[in-house]
Design a protein around this ligand. Structure first.
Ligand SMILES: C[S@@+](CC[C@H](N)C(=O)[O-])C[C@H]1O[C@@H](n2cnc3c(N)ncnc32)[C@H](O)[C@@H]1O
Length: 737
């Protein structure tokens, strides 16, 4: 975090360099008891100074204060239940040691500090105090309120120059918190203090009161007490009522699995079951189990056929089922929906693909039937997507990972990491599918997602490894990236995870394309794909230089790309690649520095044309006959634009077609003699620039009176638009007739 000279240094915002230095020092003292130079008063003073510092920063609207989240060197989460661990004291804790087999308990004695990480001061009964740092955060609750009791499993201690040492917790399952501000806890305490013998009906009334006040977790706790305190046989009606009420409280508290189980426990074979089935149906809908949801809604309607709400709910489920089973989506409605929210209410359609083993790339996705060009391969709702769409400006949060010395450039990446940890911790049923994804070389403990002490084991370091390998950058509406002459659009990106799509392997010349509408990803085939074909997409748009690409894939994803472009280009010697790349750079530096306008001197245009021919000559026919020639793409786009400005339609069309050739759509796209336009889709790279070239080529052929060729371009552009935007909705604004 940048520091201002007139305010105190914030000792909780050390930044990655300091953290790394302290880590080294800490390691050199591993296993020793830390020297205690700071007493409780010092720690408290420092803590509140840091809190005030953050408050000052937040008031300062002129400066951007970036959060610097540091992921320390990885360590495994505790997988032992609390009752099998031995309690130790804060004074037993040793530096740079994971106290395996042990736990500590203490009370938080300060308000939490909350910026790059959450920090508080904890105290033992024996009055020993220590600083506690949480490496994860939770937007759903304010972290670690004062007067909470914490139990920290297998605590890990790091040396710290400002506070002697800190206890660091990075896995949410390593800490249990009895929150000092939990209404359920305090209410039950008060209730218990006033009365000794509490009857089940009294618990239920307290539950009703809490429910009406919107305190759902308190209500759930009271209904649980009511159920537990009621007698097994005599109170059947009473307990069923309490289950029904707890089901509804669980539903509103987003605990859908519990809501479903409670609803079914509430069923008694009477007309009251209509309500229970309705709640079970809604819970299943939220769990995205639409067939099960339908069966409960039908049961509810059998008991109460005139219930309008249930009828409406059933209709909504039928729409989801049509999406899920047939891939029938109302895209216009979806696009309207994303204007007001990013998390959309739609089902996944994945029937056209299945996970299988590839020869060299681990698991991959394969088609389950013959697929036509443009057909939907799959459509999927994001597993986790943070609402952080940003451009290229400086990021307000940076994530440093000391395990690979990496630094994230965009704020959505740390936001996704934190949201993933939070979602997995609160929704254990999601763990299995998420932890099945590729996490690279990270050594797993094999208990990820297992429930221990009532919560799932969430290994935050593994979550980050999986995030790195499987996240996608996504605009809010892909259509907006095709923004030529369409100024209203916003092209910021976020980073998110889609589960099924994560099994797709990379190719620089892929056979499918993805598009986003809100948090829905729509994947379509670029050309016909027979049953059993492995589908591939581009992890990133390929850099024009093959030598550069060759280095990037092993570093970022741990593989060497052997797609037809990368392996084809290996046939050309590195010396020629270097010549090509150098010349492409020279063209860019000397000639393309001027944005294309009508005022470009003719001499400059000639220079670019001359250099471009030279660059073309550097492409061996034997290697590039059927391959994209990516270093030529930019000069050809520049020339197309320049001739567009000067209204030289013949040359504009010529260079538009060159762009398509250079993207790999074939050498004979236009057959002037036979008035025929046809592209070789297999082997071509579909992207915004290719789409724009088709739009410009159509415009040029129109101006030249060649309407058949113009129509050919439009038909191809339409096909690209479908893949790039996810649907044809709004195409008329991007592709004028
Ligand atoms: C998002 S995952 C794709 C699914 C993965 N193959 C699996 O088994 O779960 C990304 C990882 O798949 C592998 N991979 C993807 N594309 C590949 C390719 N073209 N060649 C070799 N390995 C590839 C790499 O290990 C990469 O880090």
């Amino acid at each position: 975090m940048a520091q201002k000279s007139n305010i105190l240094i914030n000792t909780y915002e050390q930044g990655p360099d300091k953290e790394q230095a302290v880590h080294k020092l800490s390691n050199s003292l591993a296993g020793e008891l830390p020297t205690r130079n700071h007493d409780t008063e010092d720690l408290l003073k420092q803590h509140y100074q840091n809190i005030h510092h953050i408050e000052d920063c937040e008031k300062d609207t002129k400066t951007t204060w970036a959060k610097q989240i540091v992921i320390p060197i990885a360590y495994a989460p505790c997988v032992t239940p609390l009752d099998q661990l031995n309690q130790i004291s804060l004074s037993d804790l040793k530096v740079e040691t994971h106290h395996r087999g042990s736990f500590i308990t203490a009370t938080t004695i300060t308000l939490p500090y909350n910026f790059s990480s959450t920090v508080t001061i904890i105290q033992e009964v024996s009055t020993v105090t220590a600083v506690l740092v949480l490496g994860f955060q939770d937007d759903t609750i304010s972290p670690l309120p004062q007067n909470s009791t914490v139990a920290i499993k297998e605590p890990y201690v790091q040396l710290n120059e400002n506070s002697d040492y800190v206890i660091r917790v990075d896995h949410p399952s390593d800490i249990a918190v009895l929150r000092g501000d939990d209404p359920a806890v305090s209410m039950i305490m008060q209730f218990v203090a006033e009365k000794k013998d509490i009857k089940p009906v009294e618990w239920r009334s307290e539950g009703d009161r809490a429910f009406l006040e919107g305190k759902y977790s308190s209500a759930i706790e009271c209904y649980t007490q009511a159920i537990d305190a009621s007698l097994p046989l005599e109170e059947t009606i009473f307990t069923q009522d309490a289950y029904r009420k707890r089901a509804f409280a669980n539903l509103l508290a987003h605990r859908y699995q519990a809501a479903k189980v409670d609803s079914l426990s509430a069923c008694s074979g009477t007309a009251l079951d209509a309500k229970a089935y309705f709640t079970a149906g809604r819970a299943c809908y939220s769990l995205r189990s639409y067939s099960e949801s339908k069966s409960y809604l039908e049961k509810s309607l059998e008991l109460e056929p005139t219930d309008i709400k249930a009828r409406k709910e059933l209709n909504r489920i039928l729409i989801r089922l049509d999406e899920q089973e047939n891939g029938n989506y109302d895209f216009a409605q979806m696009i309207r929906e994303q204007e007001s929210k990013i998390w959309l209410d739609h089902a996944d359609f994945t029937a056209n693909v299945e996970v299988g083993m590839t020869e060299k790339s681990g698991r991959g996705l394969f088609t389950t039937k013959d697929i036509a060009a443009g057909e939907i391969l799959m459509s999927e709702k994001a597993f986790c997507l943070p609402d952080k769409y940003t451009g290229d400006g400086p990021s307000d949060t940076v994530l440093f990972n000391l395990n690979n010395n990496s630094r994230t450039p965009k704020a959505a990446q740390p936001a996704l990491f934190r949201k993933l940890v939070q979602e997995l911790y609160h929704n254990p049923q999601l763990c299995k599918d998420f932890f099945d994804l590729d996490g690279g070389e990270y050594v797993r403990n094999g208990k990820e997602g297992d429930i221990i002490d009532g919560v799932p084991i969430v290994d935050a370091f593994l979550v980050e490894c999986i995030r790195l390998k499987n996240c996608f950058s996504a605009p809010r509406l892909s259509r907006n990236l095709l923004k030529r002459d369409c100024p209203e659009v916003e092209t910021h990106l976020t980073t998110a995870t889609w589960l099924r799509a994560s099994y797709t392997n990379h190719s620089c010349v892929p056979n499918c394309g993805r598009a986003f509408i809100g948090d829905m990803m729509i994947v379509r085939a670029l050309h016909a794909l027979p049953k059993g074909t492995e589908i591939t997409h581009q992890y990133i748009a390929p850099d024009a230089s093959t030598l550069f690409r060759r280095k990037g894939f092993p570093t970022n994803w741990g593989f060497e790309c052997a797609c037809r472009l990368c392996s084809g280009e290996r046939e050309s010697p590195d010396t020629i690649h270097t010549k090509r790349t150098d010349l492409a750079k020279k063209i860019k530096k000397e000639a393309l520095k001027m944005a294309p306008t009508s005022k470009i001197p003719i001499a400059n245009i000639r220079t670019v044309e001359r250099m471009m021919r030279k660059l073309e000559d550097l492409h061996e026919r034997s290697v590039y006959a059927n391959l994209p020639r990516l270093t030529l793409v930019h000069p050809s786009i520049w020339l197309m634009e320049v001739y567009r400005f000067s209204k030289n339609y013949t040359k504009m069309v010529r260079y538009a077609i060159e762009v398509l050739k250079n993207f790999g759509f074939g050498d004979n796209i236009v057959d002037i003699d036979n008035n025929n336009f046809s592209m070789k889709w297999e082997g071509g790279i579909v992207n915004t620039e290719a789409f724009n070239s088709l739009v410009i080529a159509a415009e040029g052929y129109d101006m030249l009176g060649k309407s058949v060729l113009a129509e050919g371009c439009r038909a191809a552009a339409k096909r690209m638009f479908l893949v790039l935007a996810g649907s044809e909705v709004g195409i008329e604004r991007f592709l004028p007739a």
